[in-house]
Design a protein around this ligand. Structure first.
Ligand code: KIV
Ligand code: ZN
Length: 397
């Protein structure tokens, strides 16, 4: 039984499973293209991070993608390896071939279900799509250890029809039902309502786990994912640093740290070793060439930096005044007290002490006035600036 299948057991109802799609949806970020050795390095680090499933790619998309999925399946162990496929025979067979060497293989088969996609993209009726789902699952049977079915654009699909599609998918052998918010259109309440509706109306839903896959077009991917977890979703699909199509997918680091920091609200567990986040984030950023914004939650370089004097004073007395999680818990360097024009005298004095200078209060005040004048002229103050300040004023202090 796979780790994900175990989630349907009673004792695991509070476990949230992480499905990482950095190598598939993440690689769909405009401008990102990874070579197989880089993908292997990322996959190995995702295993260290503790994700449950790695979506290694889309084998039918290109010979390069096939090769990458095959190599990852053969070399990366201790995790479920998944390949994406459209709902057709050629894609499913190509995916089965690529996943042959996997310790545990998962097919991720998808088809769009919203009327807008049916009319303008697939040019098929609802009945025809239902028939395709049935057919492709029959084709996939026996070729993989487990099957995940995704209803693309699920969040804009008529709910009753979506439940009908999911019921057919379960009857066909899918044990993971993914509900993608493909275009990032949901609000948290609305998405939670849909997840609850699915739980109540899909036939044999107990045989499957509900998964969510949120895009961040309105900046609500994390909020929507968390709302879905509260409504009963138990698999989260996301990427490192929130990479992905357009505005990206939900960042695994954000969901995990919200679940951990607000355990009182969510009451669920994960297998993620959160101390790996900073390292994995830097690796993915380096290999993809996608810079992490400095103010990005959890992994941005400023996520644990404090500049305002009021905040710095609080932090020096007790870090919990302005930090809801420790930098160590995500593997980041210690909290940084950044000296700038908003810094206060306490932080300045404490910084002088870390540089080995111990002055009287009067001398510290004198230097502080000069430091403030400098900070008004200069955006960033480095230790060299402080040292110069001390040396320049050594006769006067
Ligand atoms: O966003 C989406 O709908 C997808 C599917 C393939 C799951 O990436
Ligand atoms: Zn997606």
């Amino acid at each position: 039984m796979s780790q994900v299948q175990k989630a349907t057991n009673q004792q695991d109802v509070n476990r949230v499973y992480f499905f990482d799609t950095t190598l598939r949806d993440g690689e769909q970020s405009p401008g990102v293209s990874l070579q197989t050795p880089e993908k292997i390095e990322i996959a190995q680090n995702l295993v260290r991070l503790g994700v449950d499933v790695i979506e290694a790619g889309f084998p039918a998309a290109s010979p390069g993608d096939f090769e990458a999925v095959k190599t990852i399946a053969e070399n990366v162990k201790g995790v479920i390896i998944c390949g994406l496929a459209r709902a057709n025979k050629a894609d499913i067979e190509r995916t089965a071939e690529a996943l042959q060497g996997a310790e545990r293989s998962r097919l991720h088969v998808f088809i769009a279900t919203s009327d807008i996609h049916l009319e303008y993209k697939l040019k098929k009726t609802r009945e025809e799509v239902l028939a395709i789902v049935k057919e492709c699952l029959a084709l996939a049977k026996g070729k993989f250890d487990e099957i995940e079915f995704s209803a693309e654009d699920a969040s804009r699909t008529d709910l009753e029809y979506l439940c009908e599609v999911f019921s057919v998918a379960i009857a066909g052998g899918a044990t993971i039902l993914n509900v993608p918010d493909t275009v990032g259109y949901m609000t948290p309440d609305e998405f939670a309502y849909k997840i609850r509706y699915i739980k109540e109306h899909v036939q044999d839903i107990d045989k499957a786990i509900i998964s969510v896959h949120c895009h961040d077009d309105l900046g609500m991917a994390n909020a929507n994912t968390l709302a879905a977890i509260q409504a009963g979703a138990r698999q989260v699909e996301g990427t490192i640093n929130g990479l992905g199509e357009r505005a990206g997918n939900v960042g695994i680091e954000e969901v995990t740290m919200a679940l951990k920091t607000r355990q009182d609200v969510y009451g669920v567990t994960t297998a993620i070793d959160t101390k790996q986040f900073t390292r994995v984030s830097k690796l993915v950023s380096k290999l993809t060439g996608m810079a992490v914004p400095p103010n990005k939650a959890i992994v941005g370089r400023n996520a644990f930096a404090h500049e305002s004097g009021i905040h710095q004073h609080g932090m020096l007395n007790n870090p919990t005044t302005y930090e809801i999680m420790t930098p160590e818990s995500v593997g980041a360097e210690k909290t940084s007290i950044v000296l700038g024009k908003h810094s206060g005298c306490h932080a300045f004095e404490s910084h002088l002490e870390t540089m080995g200078f111990h002055f009287t209060a009067e001398k510290v005040n004198d230097l502080f006035v000069k430091f403030k004048a400098l900070a008004d002229r200069k955006k960033e103050i480095f230790d060299e600036d402080i040292l110069a300040l001390v040396i320049d004023n050594i006769d006067h202090v």
